[in-house]
Design a protein around this ligand. Sequence first.
Ligand SMILES: Nc1ncnc2c1ncn2[C@@H]1O[C@H](COP(=O)(O)OP(=O)(O)OP(=O)(O)O)[C@@H](O)[C@H]1O
Length: 282
Amino acid sequence: MLIELENVSHIYQDENNVKALKNINLEISKGEFIGIVGHTGSGKSTLVQLFNGLIIPSSGTVKVNGKNITNQKSNLKETRRHVGLVFQYPEHQLFEESVYQDIAFGPKNIGLKKDEIEDRVKEVMGLVGLDYNQFKDRSPFNLSGGQQRKVAIAGVLALKPDVLVLDEPSAGLDPQGRKQLAELLQYLYQELNMTIILISHRMEEIAELSSRVIVMHQGEIVIDDNPIEVFSKEQKLHKLSLDLPQITEILHRLDEKGLKVNKNLFSISEASTEIIKALRSN
Ligand SMILES: Nc1ncnc2c1ncn2[C@@H]1O[C@H](COP(=O)(O)OP(=O)(O)OP(=O)(O)O)[C@@H](O)[C@H]1O
């Protein structure tokens, strides 16, 4: 098992003592694409920060590749090589003078040789769609928000993690930026067999990309299933203040009006084909 949580609870020790996670049991296997959804404050960010030891839980154990990372002696540097975390607004974490230096920071830190670092920087800039010659010497602070985010994601990919965890990576991106990000994640998952864990408020993104969806509510996992099962539970999701993907919502409404359609579709192209088919046979 790649990541394993056993009876994990977490309380933020401050004046409010919020119990952010309550008795979580979770197993994540290699090669999964996990979408995590839940209304604001439900514990999503806290949960994913356990996966690379950024947060050590108040109780319970977290294992990565079979190693318990919750005990004092664990090697967190090693864990962070395996589990790369892209934070909400990752561009806030850019700090080097050039795009090259920023992306090279991780590989340098683990002692890779100059040539190898350069190869990695080129490779990951290609992956995220930043032209190497055009961008390598530019200051990361003078780029657009979307470009900065690409640099930040490239910096995490440069360590070649087995697991990529992203916390709301499409927040604030324009439609084209969101499309490029979705294509990148699909490529990493399908072609490079990376395990991906994605937190998003955008249900269409989660439904289209994930192989498994985890729904959180008040620090607990309340649904853990494949996207079709999860998004067939319209009433339950509404009670948790969550929506269906918009296109799925349209299919549900058409079905209520008597048009016989498959309601479990998440992409506009699939749904429009389905609607045309249903109208023709009506
Ligand atoms: N650093 C912190 N110190 C104290 N309490 C915190 C801290 N971070 C989160 N919390 C609290 O823990 C609970 C879970 O927060 P968390 O950020 O994990 O939720 P979330 O589902 O990721 O929310 P969002 O969708 O708004 O990002 C919330 O009640 C929040 O106020």
